[in-house]
Design a protein. Structure first.
Length: 101
């Protein structure tokens, strides 16, 4: 089980990403416009830099929804490999079968 503080911090980052998503997207799209002058683009970049660091999507870590473990994450099931294996063997994940060769 991960530390509760780390899970909460990650959730807080996710909320910050959602809060600033639209503004960040508009600024990035405007920065790609080559028709703007260099000064205008510099001002847009300054606005982008002023946004909180945690509003960037890359700051959010994928974590297991059951244990909060950050490593061995299986994206399709949103859980770590350890919890996935345990639940699959218990038959708690519909459609998941054990392949025997």
């Amino acid at each position: 089980m991960a530390k509760i503080s780390m899970i909460q911090k990650n959730n807080k980052r996710g909320a910050c990403v959602m809060k600033h998503k639209k503004n960040r997207l508009l600024l990035k799209k405007a920065l790609k416009n080559k028709n703007l002058s260099l000064n205008e683009r510099f001002e847009l970049h300054a606005k982008l830099v002023k946004l909180p660091r945690d509003s960037s999507r890359t700051r959010v870590r994928n974590r297991c929804i059951v244990t909060g473990r950050p490593r061995g994450y299986i994206r399709k099931f949103a859980m770590s490999r350890i919890v996935f294996r345990k639940m699959a063997l218990e038959g708690m994940l519909p459609g998941v079968v054990k392949h025997g060769y």
